[in-house]
Write a protein that binds this ligand. Sequence first.
Ligand code: HEM
Length: 267
Amino acid sequence: MTEKVPEGHPEIDWSKWEPAGEGDVRSPCPMINALANHHILPHSGHGITKEIAVSALTSALNLSPTVATVFAAVAVTANPDKSAHYFDLNQVNKHGLIEHDVSLSRNDFLLGDNHTFNQGIFDVVMEAYGTDEKTSFESASKARYGRLAAAKKAHEEVGKDFQYGIKEFVLSYGESALLLGLLGDPKEGKIPVEFLRVLFEEERVPFKEGWRKSEKEITQGDMNHLIFKLVEANEHKAAEAKDVGFGTVHAVTTAVTGLLPTYCTIM
Ligand code: HEM
C-alpha cells in the first residue's frame, strides 16, 4: 500500500499505523495526530522541527510548502523553551495560539478538556451531514456554524468568557477548508463523510477507504476559495460577521484574504 511521492522523499506506506503508546504525545489536531500514528511525523510526537513538519505535510498531503510553513512555524513557537527549534505535539495545545474555542471535536478551554477527542461533541457536529454520503459547502458550513452556536451557548450558561474573534474565525474556517481541500476536493468541497469519521475518530488517514493525495498541490488560493465558499454557504454569515466585530460579510472575507498569507506575523 504505497504511494509515489516526489523525488527525495521516501515512499509512504499508509498501512503502517499505530496509535500513541506510552510516553507518546498527541495534539488537538486530528491530522497531525494521524500523521504521527502513520509514522510520517515522529510517532513519539516529540522533537518536530519546522523542516520535519513541512516535509511531512507536503509529501504526504501535497499541501503547498507556503501554507505548511505557516502552521509549522507557528507550532514551533508553542514550545515553552524559546531557544528550541522544534515542538512536541502536546505543546500546540497552548490556548490562543492555534488552539481555540469552537473546535469540531474538542471541548473549549474554559469548559473542560480542550485537547482530547470528544465523541459527544463530534457526534452533534456530524448531525449536520444527516444521511449524506458526501459533504457539501452547505453541510460543512452548517456543521461549523452549529458548533459555534453550541459553544457560545455553553459558555453563556456557565457565565464563562467566550473567545471568538477574527483570529478564531480564520482558524475555524481554515480548518474546515483544510479538511475539504486535503481529504478530497478543493473546488467543490465534496468528500465522503466517512473520511471525516476515520480522521477524527481513529486519527488515521482514510487511505484504506479510498483517499488519495491530491495530484495538484493545495495552495493558499485553494484555501481562500474554500473559505469563501464556506462563508457564502453559511446561512448565518451576517450574524457571525457582526459577532467577530466586522459589520459586513464582505469586510470579513476581505480580512480573511489579507490575513491568511501573513498569518504567522499576527500570532
Ligand atoms: C504543522 C501543522 C499543523 C499544526 C501545528 C496544527 C495544529 C492544530 C491545532 C493546535 C488545532 C486545534 C485547534 C482547535 O482548538 O480546534 C488544530 C485543529 C485542526 N487541524 Fe490542524 N494543525 C496542522 C496541520 C493541519 C493539517 C495539514 C490539517 C488538514 C486536514 C489540519 C486539520 C485540522 C482540523 C480539521 C482541525 C480542527 C479540529 C477540531 O475542530 O476539532 N491541521 N490543528
